[in-house]
Design a protein around this ligand. Sequence first.
Ligand code: PLP
Length: 342
Amino acid sequence: MNYIDLRSDTVTKPSNEMRKAIYEAEVGDDVFQEDPSVNSLQKYAAELLGKEAALFVSSGVMGNQICLNVLTNPRDEVICEKDCHIFNYESGSPAALSGIQLLPLDGKNGVLTPEQIEPYIRPESAYYMPTTKVIEVENTHNRAGGTIHPIENIKALNALARKHNLYMHLDGARIWNASVATDIPVNEYAAYFDTVSCCLSKGLGAPVGSIIAGDKHFIDEAFKVRKAWGGGMRQVGLLAAAGLYALKNNIARLAEDHEKAKMLAEAIDRIPGLEIDLERVQTNIIIFKPLNTPVETALQKCKEKGLLISMGNVGFLRAVTHLDVSFEEAKKAVNILEEIFG
Ligand SMILES: Cc1ncc(COP(=O)(O)O)c(C=O)c1O
């Protein structure tokens, strides 16, 4: 069966033009920092993000974890929102890889305010407590439904971090979506963070890879950590070429994915057997709830009719629009949902 695959924006496959860029990529040994395609990607990404330097890493998880590792020492603590990716979906790595703990706090739509965070910053005199070191922000916020972190709140978090001598880390796996939806350039978002991690392999459609960025000293340290964790790759310019193609060609078109998501969400809102909070559909992720059908059954019924969606938070379904699903297919997805839940 030809499925309409809305499980995630990670299921995209390289387009013919991207494959051509991969085919034509100049390569060298990136462990010697001699791969021209990797070097071009890193330079381009650093400029785009307004940071001194950038590093190509294999995944979003690797990007986040290298950043946290460089920013912290064992026994430090990172404050984050409780539904965030680093707390829920990174296999307990902060403890395993860096000897640090996370302090997840209850936010709204993935957002924590400075007023919520400040009481949890550990006093310096409390030698028996972990040391608060980093405030982590996820933008857009995956589990909250692709929600955008308001820039005013980011500024306020940055002021709080400076006041208490803390670092700011951005899990910007989908920062491109936030930027396109708000018209706020990615370098403006990035300016409030010491370190950022951004995915090339989600809405941007590259097959592999993420970028981390920060100041030169940070990237020098990150380069060592990436090597130590087995992430030094050799003629990886083949993949970097895809990433560079994605950054140059696939950012502005994310607006189409947001339109498809809006269309789907509004249709879902009209289907009696489904419930959705339209306010949370701000980019390309749609979280919704089947009212009279268990989630597993709902997934199965959709699959039987040719529609793949995934599980969201407990009791919720999740659909994600991306460049490999056309408007036409998104409309077909609506028809399937109407047949099942109408
Ligand atoms: C917000 C967020 N951060 C990080 C990641 C991790 O990316 P990867 O799957 O490339 O490790 C994801 C993946 O879905 C994500 O949604």
